[in-house]
Write a protein that binds this ligand. Structure first.
Ligand code: AMP
Length: 292
């Protein structure tokens, strides 16, 4: 496959304009690089949705709070390009920080709103404003017909969809399923910070979500609060995990569901294993009580 890499906004705009001039549609996958099979599944989805696939690789300083892993976040452009070459024809947009923020951190920001300060946003203040600001910039630079995000970052996908609707941005958002390792651990660029012991401890996230789902699906059907308790018990049994949150939200609002909730909800979890923060989520079904 052919993968070209451009670093400037001017070049990516020229390439997109040339594609458009020949009637080709554009599908976009924003990433921070350190690509793994999860990212590549988004690229494959993008290739099925558009004629030109643009993949951005940019570690966005705006979405890291002070003291987070901005400096040590893996930057592996050459390896990323090789993985893309084995996946699909693509145009990589890999700008420098100066290219994206020539006057320093942008004065204008997208405000993620109330959902942006819950869960991930509560633990990482400013994270979603920084994320949505760079995503809005990238949408304005690439002007895709469709952009593909991962369900792995469910709150991010929710907020991107909300931004696109609220600001009438002229593109479609697709969300692709989470790709996992065999044991259930969701693939993440941050998994490479984990040693072997921590990797096995990290399985507790997907196991806790499984306990939530199993409890919800119990033969009599159980309330969300009981399902959360079952998930917490699994997390508490792993001393190497320090839990930030485990909750069940309504996918339509990203707000915690009441106990009488029925239908498809989303169980979300975040925990630190050592100094590495990991997140995961899973759909959970709360059936309506059967009529007697
Ligand atoms: P990141 O490079 O971590 O910013 O992620 C870029 C995109 O890849 C986001 O839309 C993520 O949700 C998505 N992504 C990350 N991990 C996975 C995974 N395990 N499966 C599917 N998509 C993922």
């Amino acid at each position: 496959m052919t993968v070209d890499v451009v670093h400037s906004i001017r070049e990516v705009r020229e390439r997109v304009a040339a594609a458009r001039a020949s009637g080709r549609s554009v599908a976009f996958v924003p990433t921070m690089g350190a690509l793994h099979s999860g990212h590549l599944s988004l690229v494959e989805r993008a290739a099925s949705l558009g004629d030109l696939v643009v993949v951005s690789i940019f570690v966005n300083p705006l979405q890291f709070a002070a003291g987070e892993d901005l400096e040590r976040y893996p930057r592996t452009l050459e390896a990323d390009v090789s993985k893309l070459e084995a996946t699909a024809d693509a145009l990589v947009f890999a700008p420098s920080v100066d290219e994206m923020y020539p006057a320093g951190p942008s004065a204008t920001r997208v405000a993620a709103g109330p959902v942006g300060s819950r869960f991930e946003g509560a633990v990482r203040p400013g994270h979603f404003d920084g994320t949505l600001t760079v995503v809005a910039k990238l949408f304005a630079i690439v002007q895709p017909d469709v952009a593909v995000f991962g369900q792995k970052d469910a709150q991010q996908a929710f907020l991107v969809r909300q931004m696109v609707a609220d600001l009438n941005l002229p593109l479609r958002i697709e969300v692709a399923p989470t790709v996992r390792e065999e044991g259930g651990l969701a693939l993440s660029s941050r998994n490479q910070y984990l040693d072997a012991e921590q990797t096995s401890a990290a399985l507790v996230l997907s196991r806790a979500l499984e306990a939530v789902a199993d409890t919800a699906a119990g033969w009599r059907g159980r309330a969300p609060s009981e399902a959360i308790t079952a998930g917490r018990e699994v997390l508490e049994a792993e001393p190497r995990a320090s839990v930030d949150y485990l909750d069940i939200v309504d996918p339509a609002t990203f707000r915690p569901v009441p106990d009488e909730f029925t239908g498809e909800a989303l169980a979300i979890v975040a925990a630190r294993i050592g100094t590495t923060r990991l997140i995961d989520n899973r759909t959970v079904l709360f059936a309506a009580p059967a009529a007697c």
